[in-house]
Design a protein around this ligand. Structure first.
Ligand SMILES: Cc1cc2nc3c(=O)[nH]c(=O)nc-3n(C[C@H](O)[C@H](O)[C@H](O)COP(=O)(O)OP(=O)(O)OC[C@H]3O[C@@H](n4cnc5c(N)ncnc54)[C@H](O)[C@@H]3O)c2cc1C
Length: 456
């Protein structure tokens, strides 16, 4: 990048917050996918006004800007595939207000999600969205991707908790949407539009998030099934019986074997699936819900039920689920984490289809994920440097998306479109829908400066 541009950024941010060496830039060239793109410069603002100046200047010199939180995204969303500016928001990491009366928290976009969880829980409050990456991912990244996570089954996703935003527009102006009230119908709902916009419509610089009281107690059950389809059917039965657990996580046999090989937790190795189910609430309700769930699952063919009510026991049961993402990498060096999502009633049909696809294309495909809300994570494990294998992966991916859409589902439940699924957008949205999305983008970002090439 031209030296005079670097000098301008140094005048705005100071030398320490403008990274130019190749070693430094490489650290911001990737996310949780196999996509890579080296930025020309990495900028680390701390204030909203600094972000606004950067966006205005980028429009003048027509250089693309790629917002970034922690880089844990699973869609290539923060990858600077065209060079340009990596705009890292991690220094905007202050929790500015926690209100027990208004049940909200005001925070910078760079706050790590797990730290926000801890801070509000110390006040007896609860922020439910909990992507499995919450130890490192940021609230800004969660808002841009409308992140979900295991607890989405009972509590919903990030969008359900965003009351208001401060945003720097793609052309460098500062705007506020929503506010501190739960009810707000003043104008179009820009808060909802921006939440899940994958860093293409604005840079989030402050958030107001809704909180709920912290649940009194919780309990976890690990339930094993000889047959995967029985586990899939049990999910619908639990809900049909009027119980809404916090989470229903599924792991198939391939996943279980990977986790056990790495962790020796004691998961059953002779079954086709396990469900990890958590309920929360008042103690009596939790006890009766978990008993009812055990009974329903036994009726649906469960071969064993293990219940934990204390922290150590629950941690042991959850350890296996937390280890999944790293453990499946023993099957191959490249993990393509899909998150096609279907209505809950279609989970049995989808798991059968996924197993067929894995067999047809002869690729390892552990199936796990937030099955309670139909958000399956079939993970294709392959080697990106093997073109013949990657051609089979492409065909398998096509069929996964076709199956999800045919069953009334969607391409992505929580990871976003980014670079990974944009070729399928017209199949999901139709041409009119995609043109509508493009028109919105063009109206607010006429120079196509902010995160170009993502979503469509
Ligand atoms: C092991 C693992 C487990 C995961 N589990 C889950 C899960 O359970 N549920 C789930 O939903 N996701 C999950 N993810 C995906 C990922 O963690 C989430 O998408 C998360 O929200 C990304 O946050 P981040 O801070 O890492 O964002 P990044 O990866 O840095 O960026 C993600 C997107 O947000 C944009 N962005 C970042 N900050 C801003 C900002 N301030 N303003 C505007 N745009 C911005 C970027 O441009 C990019 O498009 C997982 C990832 C991993 C690696």
């Amino acid at each position: 990048m031209d030296r005079k541009h670097i000098d301008y950024f140094i005048s705005v941010l100071g030398k320490d917050n403008v990274l130019v060496t190749e070693e430094e830039r490489i650290c911001y060239s990737y996310d949780g996918t196999f996509n890579r793109g080296l930025p020309d410069v990495v900028l680390m603002p701390e204030k909203t006004e600094e972000v606004a100046k950067i966006m205005k200047y980028a429009n003048e010199i027509k250089v693309p800007v790629f917002p970034r939180g922690a880089g844990t995204g699973l869609s290539g969303g923060s990858v600077p595939q065209d060079g340009g500016i990596a705009l890292v928001l991690s220094r905007m990491n202050q929790i500015k207000e926690i209100s027990r009366e208004d049940l909200l928290v005001v925070a910078g976009p760079g706050v790590v999600t797990g730290k926000l969880h801890k801070a509000v829980e110390e006040e007896g409050l609860f922020y439910p969205p909990d992507p499995a990456s919450s130890a490192v991912c940021t609230i800004g990244g969660n808002i841009a991707e409308n992140a979900g996570g295991p607890r989405a089954f009972k509590y919903g996703v990030t969008r359900d908790y965003v009351l208001g935003l401060e945003v720097v527009t793609p052309t460098g102006d500062i705007m506020r949407t929503g506010g501190k009230t739960v009810k707000n119908v003043t104008g179009y709902d820009l808060t909802r539009l921006l939440t899940g916009s994958e860093g293409t419509l604005g840079v989030v610089t402050e958030v107001i998030l809704r909180l709920v009281p912290k649940p009194q107690t919780k309990s976890t059950a690990l339930i094993a099934f000889d047959k995967l389809v029985d586990a899939a059917r049990a999910i619908g039965s639990i809900v049909a019986n009027g119980i809404i657990p916090v989470t229903i996580e599924l792991m198939d046999d391939t996943t279980i074997h990977c986790v056990e090989a790495n962790n020796k937790i004691g998961l059953p190795l002779d079954v086709e699936a396990v469900l990890l189910i958590e309920v929360d609430g008042k103690a009596e309700q939790v006890k009766s819900d978990i008993e009812d769930i055990a009974e329903i699952c036994r009726k649906e063919g469960a071969s064993s039920v293990e219940v934990a009510t204390d922290k150590a026991g629950m941690d042991r049961l959850w350890k296996g689920r937390r280890a999944v993402s790293a453990s499946v990498l023993q099957l191959g060096p490249t993990k393509i984490s899909e998150d096609a999502t279907i209505p809950r009633s279609q989970i049995p049909a989808m798991v059968v289809k996924l197993k067929e696809i894995a067999k047809k294309y002869d690729i390892p495909m552990p199936i796990y994920g937030h099955a309670g809300d139909g958000n399956m994570h079939p993970n294709i494990v392959a080697d990106k440097d093997n073109p013949e294998e990657m051609a089979r992966v492409k065909k398998a991916t096509d069929e996964i998306f076709e199956a999800a859409l045919a069953l009334g589902g969607t391409l992505s439940g929580e990871h976003g479109i980014g670079l990974m699924k944009k070729d399928y957008m017209e199949m999901a949205y139709g041409k009119v829908g995609v043109d509508y999305l493009k028109a919105i983008k063009k109206a607010v970002d006429p120079n196509n400066i902010l995160n170009p090439g993502k979503v469509f």
